[in-house]
Design a protein. Structure first.
Length: 276
């Protein structure tokens, strides 16, 4: 599609005629909460000609449960897809109740690349930070994340670095970083001694770089992290509180999870190529 922004579905439709394949995904493109209260036809590829191949890759609806109106819209739109893949088992189970169509669960796009591949674009921060640190990544200044990170840092004898867009909790940690770019974000995860997060992508990058980590359970949308960690045999790294934790600094054995992730990555890449 030609570069630029599109103001309406008609403009997208006109500019899509030159393509043979259209892909929707990923993230929460099928969650009405983020698309004005209703499913967006653009994210359902409701444009283009009949000969075009339509497929989704790792599409998600978060924790949204589809009402009857949503189901009718999805049935009509997804019926034109050649292949459908989603990011969570939760969404596959929903679609399977109202559509007789195969749906595959694939890994998030971040997990299609290995740690070595991500490191090629990593970039150190321009400012100096502690060499040995526990990294916090949370959008909402989650108190469980902060308190757990401080406890782990104390046991490990290192500092706490917080990636945040807010300074509300800056006085509770050693370093609070704002406006971290993608390259620096990757570098911070790769170089952390331990990670505490309640973010899905905070969890994926912890896995990519094989970090010791804890992911804090989010009641508003637990499925994507829960599904991922269950598949990799690391469900115990998803916690609601710290009451039952034993040795929080015990290292994760990535032998089996790494093998399982590699297999899932290969299956996901195969899905893409087989869909073309």
């Amino acid at each position: 599609m030609s570069k630029g922004s599109y103001k309406n579905l008609t403009e997208v439709d006109v500019n899509s005629k030159q393509y043979d394949v259209l892909i929707s995904g990923s993230d929460q493109i099928w969650n009405p909460q983020f698309t004005g209260g209703k499913l967006d036809p653009v994210y359902l590829l409701a444009f283009g000609n009949d000969r075009v191949k339509r497929l989704s890759y790792a599409s998600s609806a978060g924790a949204h449960k589809f009402a009857n109106g949503d189901r009718k819209t999805l049935t009509a739109s997804l019926g034109a897809y050649k292949n459908i893949s989603v990011r969570e088992q939760f969404l596959k189970d929903q679609i399977s109740t109202f559509m007789d169509k195969d749906v595959q669960v694939v890994v998030d796009p971040t997990l299609l690349l290995t740690g070595e591949q991500w490191r090629t674009i990593a970039k150190p921060l321009s400012r100096e930070i502690p060499k040995d640190y526990v990294l916090i990544y949370t959008f909402d200044n989650n108190s469980v994340c902060i308190n757990l990170a401080k406890d782990i840092a104390k046991k490990l004898g290192c500092k706490v670095v917080f990636i945040s867009s807010k300074k509300q909790k800056a006085d509770l940690v050693d370093v609070c970083l704002e406006d971290v770019g993608p390259n620096e974000f990757i570098w911070l995860f790769d170089n952390a001694r331990f990670v505490v997060t309640n973010s899905f992508h905070g969890t994926t990058f912890s896995l990519i770089f094989q970090k010791n980590f804890y992911s804090i359970y989010k009641n508003s949308n637990p499925y994507r992290v829960l599904n991922l960690l269950e598949v990799l045999g690391l469900k115990d790294r998803l916690i609601k509180n710290t009451d039952d934790l034993a040795d929080v600094t015990a290292p994760i054995d990535y032998t089996i999870p790494s093998k399982l992730l590699s297999e899932r990555r290969e299956d996901s890449i195969k899905f893409l190529f087989d869909s073309l």
